[in-house]
Design a protein around this ligand. Sequence first.
Ligand code: IMP
Ligand code: MG
Length: 186
Amino acid sequence: MTRPAGVPRVHEDLSEVLFDEEEIRAAVERIGARISEDYRDRDLVLVGVLKGSLFFLADLSRAISVPHQFDLVGAHSYRGVKPSEQVTVDKDISLDLRGRDVLIVEDIYDSGKTLKVVYDMVRLYQPANVEICALISKNVPREADLPVKYVAFEIEDVFVVGYGLDYRERYRHLKCIGALNPEVYE
Ligand code: IMP
Ligand code: MG
């Protein structure tokens, strides 16, 4: 059977697998254990940034042993593989964050532009404190310096997909995190 036009291949489109399922699982368990220690006897609320952090949030929440709640915000700045100038927020927080211990859960800390918008938005709700947990931190110049306390993986400036991360809404379902072959988007 031939692929319909415009539907990409999947693993064949990766130039390299950077982190496999087992490495991701181990890293999430490690961060979950640290968070469980740090947030013992606190009032933790995880705030995941859609859609990229969805699988990370789901796994991280289950790796945290202390009581907590989670919520979701919708914010994005990317169009294809290039950041756009505009950060769009399309889903607000529904839990009451006032006086609580908020941990923002983001897929990638890249320029920091998206995270800065989410960070400032969360602070408007007057939580007791706000920290950030990123699945991936890219080694790039930042536009905003933020309190990113937990990072699962540090990478160079390559475009990655999988485990929630997309290229044009594709590849999110991959169980690994891999570098997208530049041939796919060039
Ligand atoms: P920033 O606003 O420049 O920090 O970009 C962060 C957002 O861009 C992330 O939340 C991701 O959704 C997206 N992003 C950045 N780098 C990548 C990547 O390598 N793959 C997929 N999405 C990315
Ligand atoms: Mg994205």
